[in-house]
Design a protein around this ligand. Structure first.
Ligand code: BEZ
Length: 213
């Protein structure tokens, strides 16, 4: 198995999930997607994570991003655990959870890191764009729950920079000024970014976020 890298096409697969069989590429359609793994069902951090993702559904929808979770537990385990997530997190799980008992998907996406745990998936996140290309890979250990606000922030940056010649600076949040791509000259930038170009250094040019009214 080759290591999956940014810019690669996300591998396709067919797998059982709590919402029926998923053919990954068909399921993604022409939108963006997130595939994220958790180590195991009926564990505390994972319970809070999946409850949080359910609560953020409208934020993912707004960004045209579908979300699917995965662990190596079976379908019956997932279904039972979903009841616990709903009860304890005050939500309704509204996205599929893949039952990857044969580790087909975990191996395709390199989600089992044997020196961390030889049997369970780590906390992987893959953000996939509307061309099925891998745009972001994040890996957390089992002991650290993910920050889903950060995930939304990153998606805002990925989607902005996919369509505009800009990059986002440290700690950037939706609505803040962005960096003009080093690939374009300041003169060219002045024609493109009509809200203004602030040349702090020849290589450091800022402009208001271009896709806002
Ligand atoms: C958890 O989700 O709480 C967890 C899962 C596996 C190892 C450690 C913590």
């Amino acid at each position: 198995m080759a290591t999956l890298r940014l810019g690669d096409e996300a591998p396709n697969f067919k797998a059982q999930s709590t919402e029926g069989t998923i053919n990954f590429h068909e399921w993604l359609g022409d939108g963006w997607g997130i595939l994220f793994s958790h180590p195991a069902d009926y564990t505390p951090v994972c319970t809070t994570e999946l409850g949080t993702v359910a609560k953020y559904k409208s934020e993912f929808d707004k960004r045209n991003v579908k979300v699917v979770a995965l662990s190596v537990d079976g379908l019956e385990s997932h279904k039972g655990w979903v009841n616990d997530i709903n009860e304890t997190q005050g939500t309704t799980v509204n996205f599929p959870i893949i039952a990857d008992e044969d580790r087909q998907v975990s191996e395709l996406f390199d989600m089992i890191h044997p020196n961390a745990d030889s049997k369970l998936t780590v906390r992987s996140v893959f953000v996939i764009d509307n061309n099925k290309k891998v745009k972001l890979i994040i890996t957390y250990p089992a002991s650290t729950g993910r920050n889903f606000d950060e995930l939304l922030r990153v998606i805002d940056s990925l989607q902005l920079t996919a369509y505009h010649k800009v990059a986002t600076p440290a700690n950037w949040k939706h609505g803040e000024d962005v960096v003009i791509s080093p690939a374009i000259s300041t003169e060219e930038a002045k024609g493109i970014f009509t809200k203004g170009v602030d040349e702090i250094k020849p290589y450091l040019r800022m402009t208001p976020q271009p896709n806002l009214n």
